[in-house]
Design a protein. Structure first.
Length: 410
């Protein structure tokens, strides 16, 4: 069970940050340095946004927004040339957004049969399912999100269900935070776990925690509840660590050599990065803290918005203010910290021994993935970008505010 969510073929990128949200691709021969002349293609999108692309079978899916028309849309493009294949538009009622948020911040998720997308408005949250050819399958409605910076809920597909966290800020209208699972075939709710509200909602996307000789658990993060692991099929809690966050989590969980690495923050930076290990005590799984990094110098080691990346015993931390650190993922020992470019909102991805991450200004920083610092290139995209890159079929795709760019490939 859930094995399909932990890996993907070379032509798939099924959710935020790819297989299980960890940012790891099997792609080979991706370039480290390029110019606009080396693009496979660059296309203008039918709207703006910060969401990241997902990919399956030669099709790219991403969300776009038209703030003046109060609409958001799900767009399908061809990986071959960027040509638009179809578009589905949702008319929304305008809602409050922080200046760096967007009506198109939620990332789609998909499987071999359908693509799933969250729409938000002042009055409702909608989860819609479409075939890869754009045929509507079903639509399910949920309460609107109450939050300081505006909603951004990203679903994930696990076996036969779709999971998402619908967090709510403390409010007087009775809205409750909840972790929700629905059938991916019908959109009908299969379980719901209500959780306490908080002064500020988080934006972390769940991921699976693999276990030896046991089915994986789904990891949810929230400020009041900390890390919580539940059975995907039932919502039953297996273990919890509720003291891990002092601020809200925005970055998603990272699986590193059996550890779970999480971070939290506020304002323009992180305040705490923590690694914990699930242990078994008298038949009950609990968590043990392994190491902590505090952002005392306001530059390292805790990220706020970007999700870190773990590979081959190393943890790469991309800080909001532009610092990048490499530490030993098992012990937390620092190998290096450098600042090659500008500030980050996007999260890094790994392919063929290289790390790719785009600054807010739209410059792609490419590093050698190593315990020795090596900057390979800084490639300008020509426009601001808050989105994380997607990789499929040895090609990497970068979404700027209003364009999509294809680089690499055979």
């Amino acid at each position: 069970m859930a094995s399909a969510s932990l890996s993907a073929s070379a032509g798939e990128w099924t959710r935020f940050r790819g297989p299980n949200g960890q940012g790891i691709s099997a792609a080979e021969n991706l370039p480290a340095k390029w110019t606009e002349k080396d693009y496979n293609w660059k296309v203008s999108l039918p709207g703006t946004g910060h969401s990241s692309p997902v990919i399956w079978g030669g099709k790219i899916f991403l969300t776009c927004a038209d703030p003046e028309a109060n609409t958001t849309s799900l767009v399908a493009l061809s990986t071959k040339d960027g040509k638009e294949l179809w578009r589905k538009i949702y008319k929304l009622e305008a809602y409050h957004l922080q200046k760096d948020n967007s009506y198109a911040s939620s990332n789609p998720a998909l499987d071999k049969k359908a693509v799933y997308v969250m729409w938000h408005s002042e009055t409702e949250t909608v989860l819609s399912a479409f075939t890869h050819n754009g045929e509507a399958l079903w639509q399910s409605k949920f309460p609107p999100v109450s939050s300081q910076h505006g909603p951004s809920v990203t679903p994930v597909v696990v076996d036969d269900i779709i999971l998402f966290a619908l967090e709510q800020r403390t409010n007087d209208n009775g809205a409750k935070s909840a972790w929700i699972a629905v059938s991916k075939k019908t959109g009908e709710e299969t379980w719901r776990v209500e959780r306490p509200c908080a002064d500020k909602v988080g934006y972390s996307t769940p991921c699976l925690y693999p276990r030896e000789n046991k089915s994986p658990l789904i990891l949810f993060l929230s400020k009041p509840q900390g890390i919580m692991a539940v059975e995907p099929a039932t919502g039953e809690m297996v273990w919890q660590m509720d003291t891990v966050f002092t601020k809200r989590p925005v970055a998603s969980p990272v699986i590193a050599d059996g550890l779970i690495v999480v971070s939290s923050g506020s304002g323009s930076g992180g305040v705490r990065l923590v690694a914990v290990r699930p242990v078994n005590e008298k038949g009950t799984e609990t968590l043990k803290e392994v190491y902590e990094k505090a952002d005392k110098k306001a530059k390292t080691m805790a990220p706020y918005v970007p999700t870190s990346l773990a590979k081959d015993g190393l943890l790469y931390i991309f800080h909001d203010r532009g610092y990048i650190s490499c530490i030993d993922s098992k012990t937390g020992k620092e190998h290096w910290t450098e600042k090659p470019g500008g500030a980050f909102y996007s999260s890094p991805v790994w392919a063929d021994g290289k790390l790719y991450c785009t600054t807010k200004a739209g410059d792609v920083v490419v590093l050698r993935a190593s315990d020795k610092y090596e900057l390979l290139a800084v490639n300008p995209l020509g426009e601001k970008s808050y989105a994380t890159a997607a990789i499929a079929d040895d090609t990497i795709y970068f979404r700027t505010v209003s364009h999509l760019i294809s680089v690499g490939g055979k």
